[in-house]
Design a protein around this ligand. Structure first.
Ligand SMILES: O=C(O)CCC(=O)C(=O)O
Ligand SMILES: [Fe+2]
Length: 186
C-alpha cells in the first residue's frame, strides 16, 4: 500500500488487469447511456449533491471480476475487512461533461477510482463547502471554487472515502473515461 496524498487512502497498481479493463471500457462505450442530473440538495446529515453530466455503462466480466475479486481482496487487507462490493460503472465524459461537488451515496463508503484516460485529477474539498447547493454549483461551473486537485495514479486503483470526502470533476475539453468501484457495509 502506498499513501500518495492525505485524501487517497491507498493505491493499488493493476498491471495487466488494467489493460483488460481499458479494453472493456472501449467495448462498453456503445452500451452507455447519458446521465443528466440537476437536483441540487444537501441532506439532513449535510451530504451534498449537485448536478452532473456524463455517460455511464455497467461494464462486463472484467469490471465485475476486478470489483468482486481483485480490488475486494486488496480492500480486505489494506482498507477495511468489512467493506463489500456494491456497485461499479464506467463513466465517459465528453468535452464539457462534469460532476459537481458532492459526497458519494451510502453504497460508496469507499470509492475506488481507476482512470482509463490520462492524466486524471480528482478535485477535492477536504474541509467541505458551506452554503447553498445552488450557489456552490454556480461557483463550480463558473470556475470560481477553490479545490484541492489530486492526481490519480495511472493504471492503478485509488481509494477515497467517497461518502465523507467532498469531490468533483470540473468540465474538461477532452473526452475522458474512468472506472468507479464502490464498497460499503452490508
Ligand atoms: O470521475 C471521477 O473522477 C469522479 C466520479 C465521481 O465522483 C462519482 O461518480 O461519484
Ligand atoms: Fe463521487
Amino acid at each position: 500500500m502506498t499513501r500518495n496524498s492525505d485524501v487517497i487512502v491507498a493505491t493499488l497498481a493493476l498491471g495487466s488487469e488494467f489493460d483488460k479493463l481499458a479494453k472493456e471500457a472501449a467495448q462498453s462505450r456503445s452500451f452507455s447511456f447519458a446521465q443528466r442530473e440537476s437536483a441540487n440538495k444537501r441532506d439532513e446529515r449535510g451530504f451534498l449533491r449537485t448536478s452532473r453530466r456524463f455517460s455511464v455503462s455497467s461494464g462486463g466480466e472484467v469490471m465485475a471480476s476486478i470489483h468482486d475479486s481483485l480490488i475486494a481482496r486488496w480492500m480486505v487487507d489494506v482498507v477495511d475487512h468489512r467493506a463489500l462490493p456494491t456497485r461499479a460503472s464506467f463513466l465517459y465524459y465528453a468535452s464539457g461533461d462534469y460532476v459537481g461537488p458532492h459526497h458519494d451515496l451510502a453504497q460508496c463508503t469507499y470509492t475506488v477510482l481507476v482512470p482509463i484516460t490520462q492524466p486524471s485529477y480528482l478535485h477535492t474539498y477536504p474541509e467541505g463547502l458551506d452554503g447553498e447547493p445552488d450557489e456552490i454549483e454556480r461557483a463550480f461551473l463558473a470556475g470560481e471554487l477553490l479545490s484541492k486537485p489530486v492526481k490519480l495514479a495511472s493504471k492503478s486503483a485509488s481509494v477515497i472515502t467517497g461518502q465523507e470526502l467532498m469531490h468533483s470533476r470540473p468540465p474538461g475539453h477532452a473526452e475522458a473515461w474512468t472506472a468507479v468501484f464502490c464498497y460499503s457495509y452490508a
